[in-house]
Design a protein around this ligand. Structure first.
Ligand SMILES: [Zn+2]
Length: 290
């Protein structure tokens, strides 16, 4: 087996977990190496704590994710939340960071995601893609020999359309994915419900609130349709969210897993960036070996 180096780059601590956390766990389980990078400190994400307080708290939450998963979790604490820019200085920083780790595959946001920071990070990764192999750019950090595969995570936005070039069943790791969510106390149980007007509904008890986080739960017979999504979600990590890619891209799941694809309940989908290494049928099996 070829051991892969996997890099997931997001704007905020918790984005990688939400968008591609199940896939990260599957890589780790299969013996590959995964690293998370949050380009900002996430110090904007709270309704009552100061930026310094929330920065420290969120950093501790990422240590907890690191502890329970074994995934190295880097956070650029000097970059403010809501202020990530696709500047030349940041392009150099991202290029150097990627070159130093030299991943085989990168996962990041799409450039039309809703948050300005997400878009900036997506753009930074795309801006760096070709430059990774250009020795005269950032000459102090050796250039890579070839560009990694670059995948964009599913985000729910439809214009431009998302194409599910790769799909991963996350059924076997879904409990552990919720354990990762649970580490992000300040977000899952405080800030995100606050932004959705549901803070009063969050249970205080730790077991109850974890059940609340994944509610509403989805029926395991895959009977949900898009029409069922016409409800207001008070939680950011409801099982509906985890299920949506399996429902939307069922054909891809069946192509990938055969008949077993019909029964998959939870999945994560990814779109291939045209600026990274190409992914054909053959190397798809190498880069998505599960
Ligand atoms: Zn984010």
């Amino acid at each position: 087996m070829r051991k892969l180096k996997v890099l997931m780059i997001s704007a905020h601590p918790d984005d990688n977990e939400l968008r591609s956390g199940g896939t990260a766990l599957k890589y780790v389980e299969a013996g590959h190496e995964v690293r998370f990078l949050s380009v900002s400190s996430g110090n904007g994400g709270h309704q009552s704590m100061t930026p310094d307080e929330i920065k420290e708290r969120r950093y501790k939450e990422t240590r907890e994710v690191e502890r329970i998963t074994g995934i190295r979790y880097d956070v650029w604490l000097d970059v403010n939340d809501c202020e990530v820019e696709a500047s030349l200085e940041m392009r150099k920083r991202v290029t150097r960071y990627i070159r130093e780790y030299s991943p085989d595959i990168i996962f990041t946001h799409r450039t039309n995601d809703y948050h300005a920071d997400h878009r900036a990070v997506a753009l930074l990764v795309q801006d760096s893609a070709y430059l990774l192999i250009v020795p005269n750019f950032c000459p102090e950090t050796p250039a890579m020999k070839e560009c990694p595969v670059i995948m964009f995570s599913y985000d729910g936005f439809t214009n431009p359309p998302f194409v599910a070039d790769a799909i991963v069943s996350t059924d076997s790791v879904i409990e552990r994915k919720y354990e990762m969510y649970d580490c992000h106390e300040s977000q899952m149980y405080e800030w995100l419900p606050f932004t959705k007007g549901g803070l009063d509904e969050v249970p205080l008890d730790k077991v109850e609130r974890r059940e609340w986080l994944r509610s509403p739960r989805v029926p395991r017979d895959n009977s949900l349709t898009l029409a069922d999504y016409n409800i207001t979600f008070r939680t950011t990590a409801s099982e509906y969210r985890e299920h949506k890619s399996a429902m939307l891209f069922r054909d891809r799941l069946i192509e990938r897993y055969g008949d077993a694809g019909k029964d998959v309940v939870f999945a994560e989908a990814f779109m291939l960036s045209e600026y990274g290494k190409k992914l054909d049928e053959e190397n798809m099996k190498i880069f998505f070996p599960f």
